[in-house]
Design a protein around this ligand. Structure first.
Ligand SMILES: Nc1ncnc2c1ncn2[C@@H]1O[C@H](COP(=O)(O)OP(=O)(O)OP(=O)(O)O)[C@@H](O)[C@H]1O
Ligand SMILES: O=C(O)C1=C[C@@H](O)[C@@H](O)[C@H](O)C1
Ligand SMILES: [Mg+2]
Length: 223
């Protein structure tokens, strides 16, 4: 049994026991899950960070941002934080200092982002491969793996050339090699959601459901 307990949601979110499971989607918030599910997801998260892990193109940044917006918690993207701190693009960082320096900076940024309570952190595709990163994420967060098939990833990443690891003669083959090396490690994340050719709101909704299910298991209060 986890030490995390379901707690009431923030003021104004209503009583979980009486709230109806209706969707609260609006024109400004299409696909937003029911308040009851949002409230349960927040209770499961507690003061932790929900940390998106997975390969390039899985949707960590896009889905993470939407989930944070729905949960009304701060959102951070480790790649963006690295670019902000270094005032360089990731491609330029790789070119100027090499991957090892990038990974050192990434580890520092992740350690910092894991502090200070509830939120959502979308990591870069290689971050979860570092054992120290996995440890800090496990201590202060809850990792969700956005699993995706090669063709889905390829269709998305081939639109842009901003991923230095894919600047090879056979980028799709490189992506496949990365999948084979990384998926067993991503699979150690406690939560997994299949990212596929479906609306972002569908995938984000499944992340909220996966989180809400953690709350239900922890409390034994499944309804
Ligand atoms: N469900 C979806 N449907 C359609 N497009 C999507 C979906 N999810 C993500 N995308 C798009 O795919 C592209 C890659 O997504 P995103 O940048 O979020 O991936 P990522 O996992 O953060 O990759 P990286 O590890 O390189 O940061 C973006 O253009 C994003 O808008
Ligand atoms: O998969 C990876 O190792 C990477 C993914 C991107 O998010 C960036 O963090 C960088 O391009 C490296
Ligand atoms: Mg990203």
């Amino acid at each position: 049994m986890s030490r995390w307990r379901a707690r009431p949601g923030p003021p104004g979110w209503g009583d979980r026991s009486t709230e109806r499971s209706v969707t609260h989607a609006t024109a400004a918030n299409p696909g937003r899950p029911a308040e009851r599910d949002i409230s349960r997801a927040l209770a499961a998260l507690g003061p932790r960070k929900l940390v998106f892990v997975g390969l390039m193109g899985a949707g960590k940044s896009a889905i993470g941002r939407l989930v944070a917006q729905w949960l009304q918690v701060p959102f951070f993207d480790s790649d963006h934080e690295i670019e902000r701190a270094s005032r360089m693009s990731i491609s330029d960082l790789f070119a100027a200092y090499g991957e090892a320096e990038f990974r050192a900076l990434e580890a520092r940024v992740i350690r910092r982002l894991m502090k200070n309570g509830a939120g959502v952190v979308s990591t870069g595709g290689g971050a979860y491969m570092n054992e120290k990163n996995r440890r800090v994420i496990g201590d202060k967060g809850l990792a969700v793996w956005l699993d995706a098939e090669l063709d889905v990833l390829w269709e998305r990443v081939s639109r842009r050339d901003n991923r230095p690891l894919l600047k090879t003669e056979d980028p799709k083959g490189t992506l496949q090699t990365l999948m084979e090396a990384r998926y067993p490690v991503y699979a150690t994340a406690p939560l997994r959601v299949l990212s596929r050719d479906a609306p972002r709101e569908t995938i984000a909704g499944e992340v909220i459901s996966a989180l809400a299910a953690v709350a239900a298991q922890d409390t034994g209060n499944v309804s």
